[in-house]
Design a protein around this ligand. Sequence first.
Ligand SMILES: [Zn+2]
Length: 202
Amino acid sequence: MKLNKLTVEEKHVILDKGTEAPFSGEYDDFYKDGIYVCRQCGNHLFTSKAKFNANCGWPSFDDYFSGAVKRLPDVDGVRTEIICAKCLGHLGHVFEGEKFTPKNTRHCVNSLSIKFVPSELSHLSLRGTKRRGNLIKDSHARSSTSLGMTGGKNGKRYPNSDFWRGFYWIDFVLLARTIFFLLSSDRSLFSLISVNCASTTF
Ligand SMILES: [Zn+2]
């Protein structure tokens, strides 16, 4: 597993399970389209569609990519810690029953633990992902096409838009060839169309 080099602040949060100051993180008040990956290992963790404003001082998500996040009892004996399932880096804590969203779950995450990838780039990033376990499990993310793939209940993958674009080109070429063939092989048809066009105009 390739791990990114961390700054002193990132190490404090990710490795030493520290907490950044509330309302200080770059993603606290940030709502662009894309995905959030683990800052240490690049694991796809959350989609921007699961992000909501809990006004608690840290980025909040009500869902995550299936299998990407693990829960552990916090050493304080009260809270539940969340970590990256791949590199085990500290992310934050999870809280339930607060009724912020219909999912009733708030993954309270340090901005220093995650990295935002815009939707244009996350599309490429996800297409390159071979792991089946990294499909989105929540329903609103399932309906998203901006991510270039969908994960149903069975974890099915569907062709992305690049696949269908080829057919549009084939159709266009066939249509152009047909028109050219009709016009060049049948002069009477060509003149018929011309007459029709002319009579329509006048
Ligand atoms: Zn990680």
